[in-house]
Structures are given as C-alpha cells and as structure tokens.
Design a protein around this ligand. Structure first.
Ligand SMILES: NC(=O)c1ccc[n+]([C@@H]2O[C@H](COP(=O)([O-])OP(=O)(O)OC[C@H]3O[C@@H](n4cnc5c(N)ncnc54)[C@H](O)[C@@H]3O)[C@@H](O)[C@H]2O)c1
Length: 365
C-alpha cells in the first residue's frame, strides 16, 4: 500500500512560486492540489503545468479543495488576509518573508493560526541553504574564534533610470519598501540569518531604508548583536555596480534574478555571486549562499570547505519537508512565526532609527 501524499496549495504564482514548484517536484511525498492567483492567464498556465485545479481567489479554492498546507507566496500586503482565510479553514500555512508589512498584521496572523489550531511556519529559506548551514556549524565549532563582524553588501544596479522598486501591491504607497535586492525585501533574510549564524540576538540597530513612492537612496543597517558582533548591511540598486567581470566563481547552485527566479546552471561561471562575510578573532568565512560554496581563511591559508549539494531552489524543498515532518510528528513548525515577527520588528526599528538618528534597542517590544 502506498503512503498517502500531503496535499499542498500554492497561493500566489509570481517569480518565487516557480522556484517552490521546481523544488516540490522532487518531493514524492507531496502533491500540489491547487494553485491560486488573480492573474487568470498566469494561473491557467501554472495549473496546466502542474496538473492541478486553478483558482483566482483563495476563498473560492477553499470551497472545493482542502489542502493540509498552503504556501503563501503572494504579495507581501496580501499575506495577512490570505493567512487568516486559510487558518479559519483549518489549513496550515507556510508564509514567505517578509511575514507582513506591519507588526500588527504579523501578530494578527499568529493569533488567528493559534485560535484555529493550525501551524504557521515562516519562510526562513536561507536556513536551508547548505553553505549557510555548514558555516553555522563551523562558527559554533569555534574555528574562526569569536565573531566580530558579519556583512552583506548588495550594490548591484545599472543606474538610477533602470531601477524599478517593488510595486505598491507588495509595499503600499508611503510605507517601507524599495528594491527587490534592498533592505526590506531582501535584507529581511539577513536579519534572521545573522543572529542564527552568530548565535546571538540583535541588541540594537541603526540605519535607513527606502519607502514606496519616495526617491530611492542607498540603504544600510548596522546591527549590534548581544555578543558584541557588528552586522553590516549595505544595499543600493540606484547606482552602478563596480564588480569586475573576473570577480566571480563557478557556482554550485543557481542565482536569483528578479522576475525570473533561480536561473543559471550548476557549474556555470557566475560574476557577482552574492555572499556573506564573517570575520572572527582567529579566522574568517566567505559564504556564497546561492552559489553554494564556502571558504575558510585563517592566517596564511585559505581553503574551500566542502558543502553538500542541493542549493537553491532545492532549499525550498528541504524547508517544506521540515514542515511536513513537524506536522506528522505533532511538533511545532521548525521556523515558527516568531522568527518572522522578530525579523520584521528589527527591520522597522532600522526605519525608526533613521527618523531619530539614534540607535534603537530591539528588545523593548
Ligand atoms: N525566499 C526567497 O528567496 C524569496 C525570493 C523572492 C520572493 N520572495 C517572497 O515571496 C513573495 C512573492 O514574491 P514574488 O517575487 O513571487 O512576487 P511577484 O510580484 O512576482 O508575485 C506575487 C504574486 O501574488 C499574486 N497575488 C496578489 N494578490 C493575491 C491574492 N490575494 N491571492 C493570490 N495571489 C495573489 C500576484 O498576482 C502575483 O502573481 C514575497 O513575500 C517575496 O518577498 C521570497
């Protein structure tokens, strides 16, 4: 007798949905039972591709299909309403980052899921990237000593006139927004992953971020972790990248391209592959999270650390598998909503610091 598959619905069929679907194709234990998007043509195209019924509205889907898990991959501003509908119907939710635009929305999502007895897992997908996992293990082993500095820099633009910020459908007019490789939409990954890597929460922040409808400016955040480590994030898509063509590497994963998802091939030369630097008192790490390569530097030596295969977009599959495992064993979701709320709070504290020009403590909510 074959084991029953886990019925999954995909809500929101934009760029990231293709990557989730590609990863889920490799999981025999799940079955896509519905796809939902108000864009009729796109919905029909994906529904035909995955051979599942398509709907233009989540409520309509819930009248006919009862998935065990729904992946909320829609615009950020729609996460709350969709999650509340799913929770009321008894469906467990995996919600993409950022969890919501406002902390009040995220807390309402948490309460709604708790009230209806369903689990809400935060799409903390970087925690499933092999190079990031291995880097965390190395840091915990003490090989680089005490972490003092952890950084990501993304200055990847092609000039101000080519920069198109994310739409008001994700980030409403006048609220924190910006580019898809900016502080709010992308930096939120690092606000979650830096404390996880360093093993210490963020104590206070200083920085500034973009708003939908306002002139775009370079963004930054300084994060002081409780252990004293300084986190640095710098983003700008409104200038021109200074990367040199030979500053790349042969990728062991695929890279994210706006509106296209994860593209490229394993083994391909990748200029400008994004990375995280971690500097410790005895050594340093360079983590190419999507290219899935990891380098350890100690005085006088740099060597590559082998990393298991299964980089992007396969990390979405591992994330889903972890959720299914938790549900099957009546365990809490491995990356619960509180991680999403905490990352969102930190983000909004960065915006608050720009208003006051002062460091903002993160632990006072
Ligand atoms: N984990 C990652 O690496 C990663 C990468 C990219 C995007 N994301 C996140 O995934 C989410 C989606 O991003 P994207 O790049 O795919 O955006 P996108 O703009 O390409 O797609 C969003 C889709 O949601 C649909 N939508 C809007 N309202 C809806 C509703 N009420 N019901 C169903 N569908 C609805 C839109 O029609 C659109 O097709 C965002 O939260 C984003 O931050 C995560």
């Amino acid at each position: 007798m074959s084991t029953p598959t886990v019925p999954i619905a995909i809500i929101g069929l934009g760029a990231v949905a293709d990557s989730h679907l590609a990863a889920y194709r490799e999981l025999p234990e799940i079955e896509i039972v519905a796809v939902v998007d108000p864009r009729l043509e796109r919905m029909r195209e994906v529904a035909a591709r995955v051979a599942a019924p398509g709907f233009t509205d989540c409520r309509q889907m819930l009248e006919q299909v009862r998935p065990r898990i729904a992946c909320v991959l829609s615009t950020v501003a729609s996460h709350r309403a969709i999650t509340e509908q799913l929770a009321a119907a008894g469906v467990n939710v995996l919600c993409e980052k950022p969890i919501a635009n406002r902390v009040a929305d995220a807390v309402a999502m948490k309460e709604s899921c708790a009230r209806h007895g369903v689990q809400l897992m935060y799409g903390s997908s970087y925690r499933y990237l092999p190079a990031v996992i291995e880097a965390r293990r190395l840091i915990a082993s003490g090989v680089i000593g005490q972490v003092r500095l952890i950084e990501e820099r993304g200055v990847v633009g092609e000039g101000a006139d080519k920069f198109v910020p994310m739409s008001a459908a994700h980030y409403p007019e006048g609220t924190p927004g910006g580019g898809s490789f900016g502080l709010f939409d992308h930096g939120v990954h690092l606000l979650d992953v830096f404390p996880w890597l360093v093993g210490s929460p963020v104590r206070r922040v200083l920085g500034r971020g973009n708003y939908t409808g306002r002139a775009m400016q370079p963004e930054f955040a300084m994060l002081e972790h409780e252990c004293g480590a300084l986190g640095m994030l710098t983003y700008d898509e409104s200038t021109v990248s200074s990367d040199l063509p030979w500053e790349g590497l042969f990728s062991h994963g695929r890279g994210w391209v706006n509106n296209a998802g994860f593209v490229g091939a394993v083994g391909q030369w990748t200029p400008g592959a994004s990375f995280i630097r971690v500097h410790g008192t005895r050594g340093a790490l360079r983590i190419f999270h999507y290219a899935n390569r990891l380098f350890l530097a100690v005085p006088g030596e740099i060597r590559e650390i082998p990393v298991s295969s299964g980089a992007a977009p396969e990390h979405f599959g591992r994330q889903m598998r972890a959720f299914v495992h938790a549900l099957d064993h009546s365990l809490p979701a491995p990356n619960g909503i509180d991680l999403g709320i905490s990352a969102l709070r930190t983000l909004l504290h960065i915006y608050e610091s720009a208003e006051t020009g002062r460091w903002v403590a993160t632990g006072r909510d």
